[in-house]
Design a protein around this ligand. Structure first.
Ligand code: GLA
Length: 388
């Protein structure tokens, strides 16, 4: 689908996004000759308290349009058509930088160094115990107090054949948030000619460490601010999940999903069992668990989950080479945040599907290892394919 820059502007305005001077003198505009690709185009988004500039990058390809912030690598909006060709922003977010800095529950952000929780923020590696930054009760969540979601990334745009995208880079110094090793991270966001959003993660260290990178987009395929996702149908290709304790730390078990609310193998509406009195649902205040994907760790991304909104017909298929998927049903959204569309987000108004290694793996010898050593390259890929 051919879209011009004016269309991006109209779409952004319709979605109530921050005004942008697309095509301004400093913008890196690429000609997008193939696959309907446009951009990436940079516009200023705001400044942090210390004066650091934050940019917004607009890109589009194959009918998908997205805006990405250099702050946190945040997907601020992602627009796709419904079955009648009408666009909606299907990712929860904010209008302005201030809200991302002060009160974001990781909307759209890159997560690191470690996606999800590490028990009491502590782990032992090669005989040495490391104390991480603790930010979720007594546990460390999503990399600690200042994770990669709160860092300004170095962004480099590219066009390659029919792909358009961004390379996002940062260096996390040795000891940052308590993690050993200088970690050099590169995340590549690619919009393909089919409108798929592909995320490639890469990291290297100079000392043994643990790494588990992911993306924390909140999806609502009917459009952000349109209400809850309880009618969305979800399929997860997983026969087991990792049960948690009251603090949402895995017990180490891999329990069967059969005959529990956690069985999404044949697909079902998210709302069907979300009010079950199953102890695990109570702990999560809904779904907030890691599913053990049947395919396991794979060399190439393989299908993990499908999300479908019957009302709009929009679908999202997720493929990954990771062994786990955190399905979080937006349980902590409590009506205190005003989203991009100017409306309040309430519980269940969005859901996250975070491809990952299992939570607390550094303390769980039976889980696949998240250790990265000097000389090794951490590489994982997740592909989000949109359709109707
Ligand atoms: C993850 C966690 C949740 C919650 C959200 C952010 O998905 O598993 O428990 O912390 O992030 O609010």
């Amino acid at each position: 689908m051919e879209l011009n820059r004016r269309t991006i502007m109209a779409g952004a305005a319709a979605a109530g996004l921050a005004a942008a001077t697309v095509g301004g003198g400093s913008a890196h505009a690429a000609s997008g000759r193939s696959g309907g690709g446009r951009g990436p185009v940079r516009t200023p988004f705001g400044r942090l308290a210390d004066g650091t500039r934050v940019d917004s990058w607009a890109l589009q390809n194959g009918g998908t349009r997205m805006r990405v912030l250099s702050y946190g690598g945040i997907v601020q909006s992602l627009e796709i058509p419904d079955r009648r060709g009408r666009y909606a922003n299907v990712s929860l977010g904010f209008d302005g930088l201030e809200q991302y800095v002060s009160s974001s529950p990781y909307f759209g952000a890159l997560i690191g160094r470690y996606g999800n929780r590490i028990d009491r923020g502590r782990f032992t590696l090669d005989g040495r115990t490391h104390q991480l930054s603790v930010n979720d009760g007594e546990n460390s969540l999503h990399g600690g107090e200042k994770g990669f979601d709160k860092r300004v990334w170095d962004v480099e745009p590219f066009t390659r054949g029919s792909d358009v995208g961004l390379h996002l880079r940062l260096t996390s110094p040795d000891g940052e948030m308590g993690y050993p090793g200088t970690l050099r991270v590169k995340v590549t966001y690619t919009l393909t000619r089919d409108g798929d959003w592909r995320v490639d993660y890469e990291a290297r260290t100079d000392r043994a460490t643990v790494v588990n990178l992911t993306s924390h987009v909140y999806w609502n395929l009917a459009g952000e601010s349109s209400g809850t996702v309880l009618d969305h149908e979800l399929t997860i290709d997983a026969s087991r999940f990792t049960p948690v304790d009251a603090g949402l730390i895995p017990t180490g078990e891999r329990a069967r999903v059969a005959a529990t609310p956690f069985d999404f193998r044949r697909g079902k509406p998210i709302g069907r069992d979300i009010r079950s009195a199953h102890q695990q649902v109570l702990y999560g205040q809904g779904f907030d668990h890691n599913w053990v994907l049947d395919k396991g760790i794979t060399a190439r991304p393989q299908h993990a989950a499908t999300l479908r909104d019957p009302s709009s017909g929009r679908t999202l298929r997720i493929a990954t080479n990771e062994p786990g998927l955190q399905f979080y049903s937006g349980n902590f959204l409590d009506g205190t945040l005003v989203g991009t569309g100017g409306r309040v987000y309430r519980q269940g108004d969005g859901l996250c599907l975070e491809t990952q290694h299992f939570p607390d793996s550094p303390n769980q010898p039976s889980f696949p290892s998240t250790v990265l050593r000097p000389g090794e390259v951490y590489r994982t890929t997740t592909v989000h394919a949109f359709g109707v």
